[in-house]
Design a protein around this ligand. Structure first.
Ligand code: F6P
Length: 323
């Protein structure tokens, strides 16, 4: 293998830079030329491809975001777009590609690798943790820590005013961020898409909490919850429980930024290194991940089906601990 390429795609996540650095330096160590594709699949289509040197990835390990930039490409959904992308890879004699991203990235890679004969290895770069084949995705731990930091601050003001806060966190259609951050902040309830939200039950729990004089509380709402977003849920709760002084906070994109945690730097470095070895060994159409401390490879079509992964026992744990 003489030349490979690396790109980041979809929502950026802290640790993507550490991952790019690991890919570039591992490849160069094995005398493989590395190209960086800018702006994800869109840059692949538009030929935004340039060679990377070891100094290009110096001093980026600790930085959030991605030096290769990212995008969600509509053009890549068309065969015309994908054909242009393939021709650009061929022009640079690229023999293997490392795709760092989430489910959308791997769905694209899955189609592309069926149509064209360039091997892809995926790396799980998303804050959502919604991929099968890895215990943690790159960026998830940092995002969790971002949520804890923000909600700890909200708890100070909530306690001062005896308020009930609905805090909405990211995660798209998955509740991984909500579940673990909810336990981490001691939320009174955690609402996730994987479990139907019974608003009547939530209201009864809140009524009981009020009766036992719990003066302030946090409810963590995953953005994809089936009862609606935090504003909608809070509106319905307030109608039934006007005695609560209620506020809503949508944490938004601050969850996705910032310097990667130690765990994310390690995961990104290890997986970036492994992905190059995997391409060299002839692996393709798989995502590299770490399960129970072991590196493993999961076909793209399996990696993007997250729904059997959420540990709903954690909801019970949260209920008992936050009483
Ligand atoms: O996939 C990462 C993520 O941050 C999701 O949690 C969220 O739903 C989405 O991306 C937001 O996307 P955008 O940055 O395009 O608004």
């Amino acid at each position: 293998m003489k030349s490979i390429a690396v790109f980041t795609s979809g929502g950026d996540s802290p640790g993507m830079n550490a991952c790019i650095r690991a890919v570039v330096r591992t490849a160069l160590h094995h005398n493989i030329r590395v190209y960086g594709i800018m702006h994800g699949y869109q840059g692949m289509i538009e030929g935004q491809i340039r060679e990377l040197t070891t100094s290009d990835v110096g001093n980026i390990l600790q930085r959030g975001g991605t030096i290769l930039k990212s995008s969600r490409s509509k053009d890549f959904l068309t065969l015309e777009g994908r054909t242009k992308a393939f021709n650009n890879l061929k022009k640079h004699e690229i023999e293997g590609v490392i795709a760092i991203g989430g489910d959308g990235t791997f769905a694209g890679a899955k189609i592309f690798t069926v149509e064209f004969s360039i091997p892809f290895v995926g790396l799980p770069g998303t804050i959502d943790n919604d991929l099968i084949g890895t215990d943690y995705t790159i960026g998830y731990d940092t995002a969790l820590n971002n949520v804890l930091e923000a909600v700890d601050k909200i708890k100070d003001t909530a306690a001062s005013h005896d308020r009930l806060f609905f805090v909405e966190v990211m995660g798209k259609d998955a509740g991984f961020i909500a579940l673990r951050s909810g336990i981490g902040v001691g939320a009174l309830a955690i609402l996730i898409p994987e479990v139907h939200t019974d608003l009547a039950e939530l209201i009864e729990n809140l009524r009981a909490a009020y009766t036992r004089k719990k003066s302030s509380s946090i409810i963590i709402v995953a953005e994809g919850d089936d009862a609606g977003g935090a504003y909608e849920i809070a509106k319905q709760v307030v109608q039934e429980l006007p005695q609560y002084d209620t506020r809503v906070s949508i944490l938004g994109h601050q969850q996705r930024g910032g310097s990667p945690s130690a765990l994310d730097r390690m995961l990104a470095s290890q997986l970036g290194y492994e992905a190059v070895l995997a391409l060299m060994a002839g692996k393709h159409s798989v995502m590299a991940g770490i399960v129970n401390k072991e590196v493993c490879y999961t076909p793209f079509e399996k990696a993007i089906k997250h729904h059997d992964k959420v540990n709903t026992d954690f909801l019970k744990l949260s209920e008992i601990l936050s009483a």
